[in-house]
Design a protein around this ligand. Structure first.
Ligand code: PRX
Length: 663
């Protein structure tokens, strides 16, 4: 693990966030209208949740969700296993759809969708319910039963959300794979989850290009994933695809004849809702398992209080449904609240760098949630682009995915928010299911660059390796000390990895195990958290999470590569970029062409998000006596920094100087 105090020093050099003294209290008008109206309200809620977490969550679960049967115990905590709302019965698709149909929301827009080419669709709760029920019946007809896994590999189109909700409706855990992942990456995930059916599209539109998806599914199934029996294909781009008789079906053919009558399956609170793969510091991506009741409640509450949703709001989260942010804050959280959730297929692109602002203007978006990497690229393009649009509908902004540097925060506040919108900088992870540390916009005075304070019910701390709390402003490891409803339940098929990754790195605190987030942080004198970044070998490239080891495995699978070591280097727009050190097999020699080929090879193995920025060929890599590559020094070399630290751990320290000369 990286020592957090090294990161504090690094951070100081980049930006003097330790001196950040600007304060942004919510305006009285915003607070007056907010769900949580004052610091005192937040503190009261926080204290209530801390004193009696079970009573706190039980009260909200009763008030905010529909249960077919009430639980008989709120929490069973047998570390590291937590169960919430034991024997409670519910269905998240019922909470996201059916219960709104008996209210005026039946005809309210549930999803407003805008395609990249400019086509659009508005789907009311009534319509969404019908389509979900139909697709749930389609899945049943395909032989999908409660407990069977369904892979979803889709562009950002409403059918992605419909497929997720249909799975939830019949109790079939979905495993959404981001559409930017390659056939190889898709195959690994489908195999691990043993998916029975895959839902996909012919392709999608991204950056003015057609991105093929069905052909990637075909490749994945050619080379494995033999558990997959059927493939359902949405027609989106109308590019030709090959349909295999008896295996592949068109979505529209099946939907046409499917019955719209499909009562929601009665699910146990602890039944698996979905598996979502994410990168770790070792091995292949892990299947993070989320269950039904706790996840429904926590995403519901965080959406309501953090985004301060009003029934008249148009709410837009720009994430992709392939990531946890899309699961929790495009689909489940907003729909459970009966909100209008905007879905956009495109991303800013050279032909229209201002497309986000066009969408804000067109639909009068009120709440906008995006990633710091996007904000940094907007800054680079210039403020004349957003300034040319009417953004006055915006009332609240959010960020997620990586630390936001205070200057980007200030720009977002001034240019996009017109100086009047609070910003919620939300820290969380695939594993946490929902936002953990965040301002509540009507209550919290924000500081640019800080995710501020934990959500009610979340006991966060910054500790050293032995679990002792560190003093104010000293770097340490971010931990969570009490279970929360939407915490991951396990790593799919790998309980040992679950235990080892999250519950062992930090010695227990006061005899109790703590959840290790993999991030370092510091807490200031006001109790505000400043997240500094990962302390394991996980990188954050444009807010996308990638493990050094998966990248190294991808490189080593190329015949030219003998050994590879991958580190992250700071990057102005992406936050971090991938820097790979590679040694070659005897019969290969370094060249620009080979570097290009290796970059492309990683894209084929993982996907375009994993394309290395730099490949540095090396004669040798720095290793310990036991043969372990020392990434710490490679990180310094890649960043062009001086090599600091005890070089005697490296068998041949001259290797370091040779690598340094080549940068
Ligand atoms: O390092 C933290 C960073 O993103 C990691 C989680 O990545 P992932 O599971 O892909 O989920 C991303 C979306 C929830 C964290 O361990 N991260 C996320 N949000 C923030 C952040 N770092 C700093 N500030 C944030 N607001």
């Amino acid at each position: 693990m990286v020592n957090p105090s090294e990161q504090v020093n690094k951070e100081k050099n980049i930006e003097s966030v330790l001196q950040e003294a600007r304060l942004f209290p919510p305006s009285p008008e915003f607070s007056a209208d907010a769900h949580i109206k004052s610091l005192q309200d937040y503190e009261q809620l926080y204290a209530k949740a801390k004193t009696d977490p079970q009573a706190f969550w039980a009260e909200l679960a009763e008030q905010e969700l529909h249960w077919f049967q009430k639980w008989d115990q709120v929490l069973n905590w047998q570390p590291p296993t937590a169960q919430w709302f034991i024997n409670g019965k519910l269905n998240i698709s019922y909470n996201c759809l059916d219960r709104h149909l008996t209210t005026w929301r039946r005809n309210k827009a549930a999803i407003i969708w805008e395609g990249e080419p400019g086509d659009s669709r508005t789907i009311t709760y009534g319509e969404l319910h019908r389509e979900v029920c139909q697709f749930a019946n389609v899945l049943k007809d395909m032989g999908v039963k409660k407990g069977d896994r369904v892979g979803i590999y889709m562009p950002m189109i409403p059918e992605a959300a419909i497929a997720m909700l249909a799975c939830a409706r019949i109790g079939a855990p979905h495993s959404v794979v981001f559409g930017g992942f390659s056939a190889e990456a898709l195959r690994d995930r489908l195999e691990d989850a043993q998916a029975k059916v895959v839902v996909t599209a012919d392709g999608g539109f991204r950056k003015d290009k057609v991105v093929p998806l069905k052909s990637e599914v075909d490749k994945a199934l050619e080379h494995g994933a033999s558990s997959v029996e059927k493939v359902i294909v949405v027609e989106r781009t109308k590019e030709p695809v090959t349909m295999k008789e008896g295996r592949d079906y068109w979505w529209h053919d099946l939907q046409k004849t499917a019955s719209a009558d499909c009562p929601a399956e009665i699910m146990d609170s602890e039944d698996t809702l979905f598996i979502l793969y994410t990168s770790g510091s070792t091995g292949k991506p892990k299947g993070v398992v989320h269950t039904t009741g706790g996840y429904n409640l926590y995403t519901h509450m965080t959406t309501k209080w953090i985004f301060d949703l009003k029934d008249t709001d148009v709410y837009w989260c720009t994430a992709d449904v392939g990531w946890i942010t899309g699961h929790s804050y495009i689909v489940y959280g907003p729909l459970s609240n009966g909100a209008t959730s905007l879905m956009y297929e495109g991303v800013p692109r050279p032909s229209n760098p201002g497309c986000f602002w066009d969408v804000v203007e067109k639909y009068g978006v009120n709440v906008f949630y995006t990633a710091p990497t996007a904000i940094r690229s907007f800054i680079q393009q210039g403020e004349h682009i957003p300034n040319a649009r009417n953004l006055s509908s915006l009332r609240l902004l959010g960020t997620v995915g990586e630390p936001i540097n205070p200057e980007a925060w200030m720009w977002y506040h001034r240019v996009i928010g017109g100086g009047k919108c609070p910003i919620v900088d939300t820290w969380w992870q695939t594993e946490t299911g929902g936002v953990m540390i965040t301002p509540l916009p009507g209550a919290t005075t924000t500081k640019p660059g800080s995710a501020t304070r934990p959500f009610p019910g979340i006991i966060a701390d910054v500790v050293d390796k032995d679990g002792n709390a560190v003093p104010d402003n000293a770097g340490g490891y971010l931990v969570i000390k009490h279970p929360w409803p939407s915490m991951l339940r396990t790593v799919y098929n790998n309980p040992e990895r679950f235990q080892k990754t999250y519950w062992e790195p930090i010695t227990s605190v006061e005899g109790k195990p703590v959840y290790f987030a993999g991030d370092s942080a510091r807490r200031d004198k006001d109790g505000y958290f400043w997240i500094m970044g990962r302390v394991d070998d996980v990188m954050n490239i444009s807010g996308h999470r990638l493990g050094s080891m998966e990248l190294e495995s991808a490189l080593v699978s190329h015949p030219a590569v003998a050994e590879a070591s991958v580190v992250g280097v700071p990057h102005e727009i992406k936050g971090e970029d991938i820097y790979a050190f590679v040694t070659l097999e005897n019969n290969y020699s370094a060249s620009d062409e080979l570097a290009k080929e290796l970059k492309q090879h990683v894209v084929t193995e993982i996907g375009a998000i994993a394309r290395p920025g730099t490949i540095q060929f090396a004669e040798a890599l720095p290793k310990t006596r036991s043969g372990k590559i020392v990434r710490r020094f490679l990180r310094q070399i890649a960043a062009g920094e001086d090599i600091v630290g005890d070089k005697s751990t490296v068998v041949d320290p001259s290797v370091l100087d040779k690598l340094r000369e080549k940068v």
